[in-house]
Ligand binder design. Structure first.
Ligand SMILES: [Zn+2]
Length: 282
């Protein structure tokens, strides 16, 4: 129990493991409490943007400490780092996995930066996730306008020349809120899964996808599902609703507790569906 790597956590059960974005102590506690209530492993992640804000090394330290004390396996994960330096920072903070996102680079450059990070990370027992193909949408303030679906012919070359513990794919999924109903290219996912073999596939942009889409994705080989926007939405709605019940109290004791509880409930439901519930929809 406690802190485990991405490589280890994705082998615990044969469904997918939820990865949830955190921003502060309360969201991190909510995510871990939800996992403990479900009795399931969880991935606690922070984006490189939020981690690099002044003072937020402390959020990283809290994440690592909470993971060590958890009664379920927890992977502490750096999400979407475009640079080597932030990966090293997370490794020094005690994270058990980092994502190097070279999806905006050429295939050759993506391979090169992925290998540079993997060499440093794996020497210290830290897992690495990479990405091929880019997602549209806004991730913690950074906007990517044009999606670039993962090219299956690139997957074989990329995985042959790297040694990663997970690969994020772009199959019509997007960051932020979907405009209209999201459409996923499952045929593409199936082709990629046939090539990737033992390397776990990762689905980003989970917020707004339907249960049927999650189920199909897990059936075809998705092992990790990222949820960011849903965490923010759940937290901020709980904040506003609790504050509005007694506006004059400005209750800094109970409002964060309500946010934490709301996040825990959302996390528990998602973890249960990704681990087991999906089977009923197949
Ligand atoms: Zn992402």
């Amino acid at each position: 129990m406690g802190l485990v790597t991405l490589k280890e956590i994705l082998k615990i059960h044969d469904g997918a493991v939820g990865a949830f974005s955190t921003y502060d102590q309360y969201s991190a506690q909510g995510i871990i409490e939800g996992a403990e209530e479900a009795g399931l492993p969880v991935i606690l992640m922070i984006g490189s943007g939020p981690l690099n804000k002044p003072g937020n090394d402390y959020v990283g330290q809290i994440m690592v400490q909470l993971a060590k004390e958890a009664s379920v396996p927890v992977c502490v994960f750096l999400d979407h780092s475009k640079d080597y330096k932030t990966c090293l920072k997370a490794i020094k903070l005690g994270f058990s996995a980092v994502m190097i996102d070279g999806s905006h680079l050429s295939l050759e450059e993506n391979i090169a930066i992925t290998n540079k990070v993997t060499e440093a990370a794996q020497a210290l027992g830290v897992s690495v996730e990479a990405e091929l193909g880019a997602l549209a949408g806004i991730e913690d303030g950074e906007e990517v306008k044009q999606a670039k679906m993962t090219d299956p012919t690139h997957v074989e070359e990329f995985l042959g020349k790297t040694d990663v513990d997970g690969l994020a794919v772009s199959i019509g999924n997007a960051h932020g809120l979907y405009k209209g109903e999201p459409k996923l290219d499952f045929e593409r996912l199936q082709t990629i899964a046939g090539i990737s073999q033992d390397v776990p596939l990762i689905l980003h942009g989970g917020t707004g996808l339907t249960l049927a889409q999650f189920a199909k994705g897990v059936e075809l080989g998705i092992k990790k599902i990222n949820i960011g926007t849903e965490v923010k939405k759940t937290y901020i709605e709980a904040f506003i609703n609790t504050h509005e019940k007694n506006v004059s109290s400005y209750d800094m004791v109970e409002i964060p507790q309500a946010c934490k509880k709301a996040v825990a409930k959302m996390v528990k439901e998602n973890l249960e569906f990704f681990a087991n519930g999906w089977r009923k929809l197949i």
